[in-house]
Design a protein around this ligand. Structure first.
Ligand code: HEC
Length: 110
């Protein structure tokens, strides 16, 4: 179990080597994206939500940008009723994981 986990992390870290987002684990994000998917959609797909066009797309955003945006909502530097509430509940690790997940969608189509 432990070995497999380490191998998975190593593989993912390799895939993300180009990014500077520290320690984000896209695998760990998979349990967290359900909080985001309803509004931000599935990366690489267009959702059928009519409102989706004014929800920024996360897939393909630079991980560092995603972390920065989430931190800004949490800090109150940026404010939006929903995102402020959501970001407040995220730890730094959650943000890094989510950023790694969404950022890794880059090649998949924007
Ligand atoms: C209820 C709908 C909703 C949910 C759920 C939601 N978001 Fe958002 N998100 C938005 C909207 C709307 C904006 C644009 C807000 C603004 O204009 O500042 C946004 C903005 C963002 C931004 C900034 C994007 C940019 O281009 O600047 C990030 C990053 C982000 N959300 C990440 C997330 C993550 C990660 C989750 C899940 C943990 C999440 N959001 C959940 C609606 C949502």
């Amino acid at each position: 179990m432990k070995t497999m986990h380490l191998l998975a992390c190593a593989a993912l870290a390799g895939a993300l080597a180009a990014s500077h987002a520290a320690e984000g684990n896209p695998e760990a994000a998979k349990g967290k994206i359900s909080m985001c998917a309803g509004c931000h959609g599935i990366p690489g797909y267009r959702t059928t939500f009519p409102e989706v066009y004014h929800v920024p797309k996360l897939g393909g955003q630079h991980p560092a940008y995603i972390v920065k945006a989430l931190t800004a909502y949490k800090n109150g530097e940026r404010s939006h009723p929903t995102m402020t509430g959501i970001a407040a509940s995220l730890s730094e690790q959650d943000m890094a994981d989510l950023a790694a997940y969404y950022g890794a969608k880059q090649e998949g189509g924007k």
